[in-house]
Design a protein around this ligand. Structure first.
Ligand code: 2AM
Ligand code: CA
Length: 298
């Protein structure tokens, strides 16, 4: 499968190479002390959240530009990313950063992966479904992740090996046994329509065999909702690393499974992803399999 070429940052094109970013055996511990790096990520997410809330009632006054077809950015996205970077760099000046809006900042083996406003389209239309996503990788492996919904004051967080949390409460994926009765999240292709026919086939089969499909519009929050058991599963094609790096860790730490659309491990690279509880994920994989084209197979 080709690597996802659509994820350009605000500045430069970036290709992601990540071999199995979730390769570990999770040991669940309830309410471990917060790792200092998570505390900093939480602080950064709150700082960005304040900016998003400040402008949320006045989005009609924002200058919106189209980065590429159907991909919008405003000065709020940029200000929020700047606020996050300022907080992170104050504590960790040597860490590398990959931000949706400012691109790649070189550094040591730690890399922060930032989406300052996931769900920009919702935000600009005044729809209350958007979030901030911040992940930290060490040598390519996901270590920490936070996803913050500032409107609901919901802070989702996870540290590798320490479980997933919503505010200070432990969260878990659902134990559903398959697609029967399942509520599944997805994202529609909005920019690259080359896989539209394959996607529509998946969508049709998913509608037929589940209790319902949701398309809320912030992939980061969709992953957080899978982790919290609000969705049984999720799939989307063509995501960018910053949309779901934190979300993938959250789902894993909540006891779930995240793979590429073909079942492989290089989902951060392809951007084509399935996430869910173990059995729901397995059922989704089977449901999607007949619709995989050569270019979707890894
Ligand atoms: P963004 O707001 O950070 O760009 C959902 O399909 C994902 O795709 C979201 O996480 C969203 O992230 C991204 N996206 C970008 N442009 C979109 C659009 N026009 N419609 C829907 N999602 C979009
Ligand atoms: Ca995003």
């Amino acid at each position: 499968m080709e690597a996802n070429n659509y994820c350009s940052t605000g500045s430069i094109m970036t290709i992601f190479i990540a071999e199995n970013p979730l390769n570990y055996h999770a040991v669940a511990v309830s309410l471990p002390p917060m790792h200092p790096m998570i505390n900093i990520a939480v602080r950064a997410a709150r700082s960005a959240g304040n900016i998003l809330l400040r402008y949320y009632e006045h989005t009609n006054t924002l200058t919106v530009t189209e980065k590429r077809k159907n991909e919008f950015v405003s000065e709020v996205d940029k200000a929020a990313e700047q606020a996050i970077i300022e907080v992170l760099q104050k504590s960790y000046p040597d860490h590398a950063i990959l931000g949706e809006e400012t691109g790649s900042h070189k550094g040591n083996d730690y890399q922060w992966v930032i989406d300052p406003l996931d769900g920009t389209t919702n935000y600009l239309h005044g729809q209350p479904q958007f979030s901030i996503s911040i992940a930290l990788k060490y040598q390519g492996q996901l270590e920490h992740g936070v996803i913050y919904d500032p409107l609901r004051e919901e802070m989702f967080s996870a540290t590798r090996g320490s479980g997933a949390f919503l505010n200070d409460r432990r969260i878990r994926v659902t134990q559903r046994k398959g697609l029967d009765g399942a509520l599944i999240g997805t994202g529609f292709p909005y920019r690259d329509h080359s896989h539209l026919d394959a996607y529509m086939g998946m969508f049709r089969d998913m509608i037929t065999d589940t209790a319902g499909i949701r398309r809320p519009g912030s992939a980061a929050l969709d992953f957080a909702y899978v982790a919290a058991g609000r969705l049984d599963g999720f799939w989307e094609l063509g995501l960018c690393e910053w949309d779901f790096a934190a979300g993938a860790l959250l789902v894993n730490e909540a006891g779930g499974t995240v793979t590429d659309i073909g079942g492989g491990e290089r989902f951060l690279e392809s951007g084509n992803v399935i996430a869910g509880g173990f059995k729901t994920h397995a059922a989704m994989l089977q449901q999607i399999k007949p619709h995989l084209t050569e270019s979707l197979k890894f």
